[in-house]
Design a protein around this ligand. Structure first.
Ligand code: SF4
Length: 443
């Protein structure tokens, strides 16, 4: 059963020394109670207290970091089965797989693509995360050369996939302290793999096709001093994956089987339907997803889906309120008012750019609600529009006093005119019609 913050506080050394990164023992206790800190951060806890606290306060799924530096990513530390219960915190890393049987040019091209490719959506830059290199040739030398080709092209998180410890040893020489994820420890090789992971400070994938096998491997690797583990469920079909990953998430977050509390790995490239597997992995609890380099359509689908699933459902994606320019508007340019819901902003902005009419977008703070919802909830009002015009200096930017409001805000048009003294023009309900509207109505 979870301990309350006060019960946890009683077990802490109460030195208030800040070595855990918290200003006081009490704030550390509160973090522990919320599953947001690890007992190991306090160096003064004795083993008995650690055992009591660790069992109840650690996040139910361990946080595992892959790579170092700017492009490193962390996975795990999730708390719920369904995102609407709270939110999902750590989006899965999606890594492109290359083989050591490919040419150096092919390997470099895939690496450069992951390094440079960015897909911008609702104001965020979305990217793939790294490269997985497979020792298909079984040659340690070829594997090392492939890893070197990747390392020479970019500093990206890596997954090294091989069978033989000799291949890993040869490849790890080129990784420096970059801490790639090693795939995989099994019931037969876990001691050598743990030793390699320990020597190079790497996280480690454990692989078994049964939950019992994963529990045993996790315990065995813990016994070898390895805590940063990721679990490959060795699915043959997508059905296998969904059944096992869902069971693991349930058993881990309820702490029914704490030894299953590690992030999950999915090699979508090994399935017959890679695109479907990638989408399924994003939705159903995979934290590290391996694919062959995706084509344009699946790239947008995967990055968009990941962004949507890992957006906090309780917080609409918001823009900062303000006055935004589209093109180079002058004093006669139209001013279009709308809400600060990101999807509304970027959709409207896209259509305005296509219209090629320079203009201003006055974005008012409706706490991220869409136009229709904001009007219904009373979050979009004439006073808000009046205050926003003043606050963002719209009167200084244009010489006219005409404001275009969204079609769905038409019930407010009269009140906005009264409050602002501006002539209100009601725009279309559908942003797609804004170009045509401006060409016809803006004189
Ligand atoms: Fe308290 Fe331990 Fe944190 Fe020091 S390191 S402030 S003793 S919890």
């Amino acid at each position: 059963m979870a301990l309350k913050a006060l019960d946890i506080y009683k077990l802490l050394p109460k030195k208030n020394c800040k070595e855990c990164g918290d200003p006081t023992c009490l704030t550390f206790a509160m973090k522990l109670a919320g599953g947001k800190a690890d007992v190991d951060l306090c160096p003064y806890l004795d083993e008995e207290a650690k055992a009591v606290l660790g069992a109840t306060t650690r996040p139910p799924i361990r946080l595992v970091k892959i790579g170092v530096g700017e492009r490193s990513f962390a996975v795990g530390e999730e708390f719920v089965l369904y995102r609407h219960e709270k939110t999902f915190y750590h989006p899965p890393g999606i890594l492109f797989k290359v083989s050591d049987t490919q040419t150096a040019d092919e390997i470099t091209a895939a690496t450069v693509r992951v390094r440079d490719e960015t897909f911008t959506r609702v104001g965020s830059d979305l990217r793939f995360n790294g490269i997985a290199i497979e020792n298909t040739s079984a040659s340690a030398e070829a594997f090392a050369l492939a890893v070197k080709a990747v390392e020479d092209a970019a500093d990206l998180p890596l997954v090294l996939i091989a069978e033989s410890p000799a291949s890993f040893a040869a490849a790890l020489v080129h990784c420096g302290s970059y801490r790639p994820l090693l795939h995989a420890a099994t019931g037969t090789n876990f001691r050598e793999m743990c030793a390699l992971a320990k020597q190079h400070g790497c996280p480690l994938v454990i692989r078994s096709d049964s939950l019992e096998g994963l529990v045993n491997l996790a315990k065995a690797c813990n016994g070898e001093g390895r805590q940063n583990l990721v679990m490959d469920l060795a699915p043959v079909t997508l059905g296998d994956f969904i059944i096992r990953s869902t069971a693991i998430r349930q058993l881990a977050i309820t702490r029914t089987i704490p030894d299953l509390g590690y992030p999950v790995y999915l090699d979508a490239a090994k399935t017959v339907q890679q695109d479907a597997a990638t989408a399924l992995g994003i939705v159903k609890y995979a934290s590290v997803i391996i694919t062959t380099p995706l084509t344009s359509g699946p790239t947008k689908a995967a990055l968009t889906l990941r962004q949507n699933i890992y957006t906090d459902p309780q917080k609409p994606i918001q823009m900062n309120p303000g006055l935004y320019r589209v093109g180079s508007p002058d004093k006669n340019a139209p001013v279009l008012m709308t809400v600060n819901f990101s999807l509304t902003f970027f959709t409207l902005q896209g259509y305005l750019e296509s219209s090629r009419i320079p203009c201003y977008m006055l974005i008012v703070d409706t706490e991220g609600l869409s136009v229709l919802t904001a009007v219904a909830a009373g979050k979009l009002s004439e006073m808000l529009v009046r205050d926003s015009i003043r606050k963002f200096g719209v009167e200084e930017e244009v010489s006219h006093r005409k404001l275009i409001i969204p079609g769905y805000a038409s019930p407010l048009s009269g009140r906005i005119e009264e409050a602002t003294g501006w002539k209100v023009m009601v725009g279309p309900r559908d942003a797609a019609e804004i170009g045509e509207y401006l060409h016809e109505e803006w004189k």
